[in-house]
Design a protein around this ligand. Structure first.
Ligand SMILES: [Fe+2]
Ligand SMILES: [Fe+2]
Length: 275
């Protein structure tokens, strides 16, 4: 399968659009998948430059209800009227972030999109077909990201900590590969990998996505000893990791030190094959 990084926080190529967000285009023998849509118009712009056929995408996953993963969905729907879009029913909640300089800001999805007919609501585990598996309900809290402490959901009782019930993850099975794709890993990358193993009996061979080890808008970052423990765990799984977005540069470099060739950085425009 071939992975193209349409949006990531860092610009790999000078001529590409860059924003805080994540969007991966993944082509398998059976599917053209869009995993997350970035924050704004970068996904559409970069797809054009990188010759990614968004109009041919058949499966979209919006990993959770934050603007930096679902912000490009409105534009995508204008050019693709057939793709199935998998979203958790709670992803259209009222999500807020407490930021250092801006105070409390809305970071949820565009509410008007929740009536879109292409959406398929995905609340539990779902085999889309024999190659694509979605899951949520990650309940363990090992190394629960401290960046989550400034993320909230507005409810009738006021702002409460976001519990991230709206987060979904994807596993792609192709030949002997099992590729786990996470958006922000708000539930904690260790817990998500363990849940994937519980559900499918073995560790993934590859893991892609953000690991939520830092939150730049709040100036929060995991302690080095926590990053080290996570890196040691990731090494033990034997998988290959591609990460960026909310992993943060410092945490990535620290992980790189621990994991060497087992981890690579995702940057906007990066394309690679998994075979
Ligand atoms: Fe997020
Ligand atoms: Fe994010």
């Amino acid at each position: 399968m071939k992975v193209t990084t349409l949006v990531e926080n860092t610009r790999g190529q000078e001529d590409l659009c860059q924003e805080h967000g994540l969007s991966l285009y993944i082509e398998t023998t059976k599917h053209k998948i869009l995993f997350d849509t970035g924050a704004g118009d970068c996904m559409m712009k970069n797809a054009k430059k990188l010759q990614v056929p968004l109009e041919e995408v058949d499966t979209v996953i919006v990993s959770h209800g934050h603007y930096d993963h679902g912000g490009g969905l409105e534009d995508f729907l204008k050019i693709n009227k057939h793709a199935k879009i998998y979203i958790h029913p709670e992803a259209f909640g009222q999500f807020y972030s407490e930021r250092k300089d801006e105070g409390t800001v809305y970071i949820g999805l565009n509410q008007k999109l929740k009536v879109e007919k292409q959406i398929i609501w995905m609340a539990d585990d779902l085999w889309i077909d024999e190659t694509l598996f979605l899951f949520s309900k990650v309940t363990k809290r090992e190394y629960f990201p401290i960046g989550n402490r400034t993320l909230f959901e507005k409810t009738d009782e006021g702002l409460l900590p976001d519990l991230f019930r709206h987060e979904i993850n994807l596993i792609i099975h192709e030949s002997d590969k099992k590729v786990l794709v996470a958006g922000c890993a708000h539930k904690g990358i260790v817990n998500i990998i363990n849940k994937a193993k519980d559900l499918t009996k073995t560790y993934p061979t590859h893991v892609l996505g953000g690991f939520h080890l830092s939150k730049s808008t709040s100036g929060i970052r995991e302690e080095n000893q926590v990053v080290k423990a996570i890196g040691d765990y990731l090494n033990e799984t034997g998988a290959m990791y591609y990460t960026g977005h909310c992993t943060g540069e410092k945490a990535f470099l620290y992980l790189k030190d621990i994991m060497n060739h087992r981890i690579e950085a995702l940057t906007t425009g990066l394309t690679f094959n998994i075979k």
